[in-house]
Ligand binder design. Structure first.
Ligand code: ATP
Length: 329
């Protein structure tokens, strides 16, 4: 990460209101060069609205959005020289082949790393001789991804880029993002796939009802959920009453399960003095963090960095590792 020059993304009080819908409220966000930032939230949280504001496609109700120090709307042409964008659904020319489409999109991008384009075409197993109309949805998505990646832009703005890709292609995509990061490119990635965000991103922002409710590294977000501990004893299981941070204690024969928040030292001391013979400890996954934020009882919204009870109106659940909105349930 470099501290030289303006941030790649900088929004201050960025707000978009549609009639009676607050699509995005007071977004303050700074993304530095070389960062990979994940942007999560249930359906309708405001992810695409943020991206459309960054791309200069819609006008903010208030606040500002700058990319590379340039105003996203006023300097839209200059801004787009630095970035490539992939959305979930892109309209392409059905009568062109994949190769022709990449050629055309490459002309629009301005510069293409032809060698990398060929690597990507092979990596994504795309047949470039086929007409776009004959491609499946996943193949059309690969084409758009390749066109964005082959430009090696300073900033990749990816709005649910792996929608429609199978697990093998998802893995190919992850490799591409890792390569982009290694080259110092910046990536802003909106996703419903928690494992994808967890694997790829330096920092994660969580949006709810247009508000950024969490922003931090995975380590910083772990305060949302406890670490799980399983300990096995050769004798009786000790009582853990009064051990700081310990909750949800369940004893099953010689095996003890519990959660611990904060420092684990006091728990380890209690276990060590009781003849522990086996110990498993696991950090929460992003999925568990997300459920800790959205998966329980109702509560008021919170500001970034402030854990709060989840709200039933914005509650979400995960199906596999995909975040699903429950409001229509
Ligand atoms: P998803 O995960 O479903 O794509 P999202 O987080 O990208 O959701 P947005 O598309 O940004 O959510 O929508 C945020 C809110 O703004 C939603 O309530 C949506 O209905 C509303 N909204 C978005 N675009 C418009 C529009 N053009 N007119 C009116 N309301 C809109």
């Amino acid at each position: 990460m470099s501290s030289v020059g303006p941030p790649v993304i900088e929004t201050v009080g960025l707000t978009k209101r549609y009639r009676d819908t607050d699509a995005l409220v007071d977004l303050d966000l700074v993304v530095s060069p070389g960062e990979v930032v994940g942007y999560l939230g249930p359906n309708g949280a405001g992810k695409t609205t943020t991206i459309r504001l960054l791309l200069g496609l819609i006008r903010a109700t208030s606040g500002s959005a700058r990319l590379f120090g340039l105003d996203c709307r006023r300097d839209v042409v200059a801004v787009h020289r630095h970035l490539a964008y992939v959305g979930g659904e892109t309209s392409l020319w059905p009568g062109l082949t994949g190769a022709e489409t990449l050629h055309l999109l490459g002309r629009v991008q301005g510069s293409v790393d032809v060698g990398y384009r060929d690597v990507l075409t092979e990596r994504f197993s795309l047949d470039p001789t086929m007409k776009v109309r004959a491609y499946s949805k996943g193949n059309r998505q690969k084409l758009v991804l390749i066109s964005a990646l082959m430009a090696r832009p300073d900033l990749l703005v990816l709005d649910e880029p792996t929608a429609g890709l199978d697990p093998l292609m998802e893995r190919a995509f992850r490799l591409c993002v890792a390569e982009a990061r290694d080259r110092g490119q910046t990536v802003f990635l909106s996703s419903h796939i928690l494992s994808e965000v967890e694997a790829l991103c330096d920092r994660v922002g969580i949006l709810r009802e247009g508000r950024l409710v969490e922003l931090g590294t995975m380590a910083e977000l772990r305060h949302l959920s406890a670490r799980t501990v399983e300990a096995t004893f050769d004798g009786p299981v000790p009582a853990l009453d009064g051990v700081p941070g310990v909750s949800s204690v369940v004893v099953d024969g010689h095996v003890l399960h519990c959660d611990v928040r904060g420092p684990v030292g006091p728990l380890l001391q209690a276990l060590a003095g009781a003849g522990v013979t086996g110990l498993l400890s696991r950090e929460p996954s992003l999925e568990e963090l997300f459920l800790a934020r959205y998966g329980g009882a109702a509560g008021p919204p919170a500001s970034p960095g402030t854990p709060s009870p989840p709200s039933s109106t914005a509650s979400a659940e995960t199906t596999g590792s995909r975040v699903a909105d429950r409001r229509g349930d």
